[in-house]
Design a protein. Structure first.
Length: 274
């Protein structure tokens, strides 16, 4: 099955990796179509992050069916209610029993957007249970020697950096990151990775970050099926869109398309051990 690779010139024969996608959130028909189209789009593989236990199990099954295409990460997305203690332990135990099937612990982090929504509505929000849960996942990641995939933006990133220091974790990927300059410097100095989505094409805040962050600590992602605006408005988010990320990042870094794609690919390969 073929696919027109938009963004990068067609003569560029550099593979790409979608470093963060929620395959489990696509409907089954769309998901299978996307996976079948990946080779024709120049996308070598995807890192499929998980939302909860059912999501972990589905991503593991997808990786078994598509071993060269899907690399799963297992975790609990923070933008949802905290589960009961028994459910948390069940998830942690399941992850421990499937360490050989995963490339990272994720998606984990703190609920910035849920907290902001609650505060805007005049409601209280207790962050402490989320911090406690994140610490459990960080301790797990340290014990099994796996990198972590983090949902932590703005001021939450500072707290997460503190927790990473506390747990001695050095291999961390902050996906779709936004934050203040001191936080950016701190993350860069510690060698943490970040990744850019297709909004790098049209968001000035993201473009500014992309100019400044160390090139050897950057990856490309879609965070699909999250939809995008600008030239992607109305489209189903497809891993092929990372070609646009690569092209935009190339322009911001004054690199050739080939150099940019090769760097993004190499960074993802190195970080996730693909």
């Amino acid at each position: 099955m073929s696919c027109v690779l938009h963004g990068l010139p067609l003569e560029v024969q550099v593979p790409l990796v979608d470093a963060h996608i929620h395959l489990d959130l696509y409907d089954e028909v769309t998901r299978e179509r996307l996976l079948q189209e990946l080779p024709g789009c120049g996308v070598e593989s995807v890192v499929a992050v998980s939302m909860h236990l059912a999501s972990c199990k589905l991503n593991r099954a997808l990786a078994e069916r598509h071993p060269s295409l899907v690399h799963p990460a297992f975790g609990f997305h923070p933008e949802q209610p905290i589960p009961a203690d028994g459910e948390i332990e069940l998830l942690l135990d399941w992850i421990r029993h499937h360490v050989g099937d995963m490339v990272a612990v994720g998606e984990i982090g703190l609920p910035y957007y849920a907290r902001q929504e609650a505060l805007e509505q005049g409601k209280s929000f207790d962050l402490e249970p989320y911090v406690d849960l994140l610490e459990k996942f960080l301790a797990l990641a340290k014990s099994i020697d796996k990198p972590v995939v983090l949902h932590a933006v703005y001021e939450d990133a500072d707290l997460v950096c503190d927790l990473l220091d506390r747990h001695g974790i050095t291999k961390a990927h902050f996906h779709w990151f936004k934050g203040a300059e001191p936080t950016v410097r701190r993350m860069a100095e510690r060698g943490y990775a970040i990744s850019f989505t297709p909004d790098i094409v049209y968001e000035s805040e993201i473009q500014d970050l992309a100019r400044r962050y160390p090139p050897d600590q950057v990856m490309a992602e879609t965070d699909g099926p999250w939809p995008f605006e600008g030239p992607f408005a109305g489209q189903i988010t497809h891993p092929r869109m990372i070609s646009h990320v690569a092209m935009a990042w190339a322009n911001l870094q004054a690199l050739t398309p080939e150099e940019a794609a090769a760097t993004l690919y190499r960074n993802a390969q190195r970080f996730y051990g693909l």
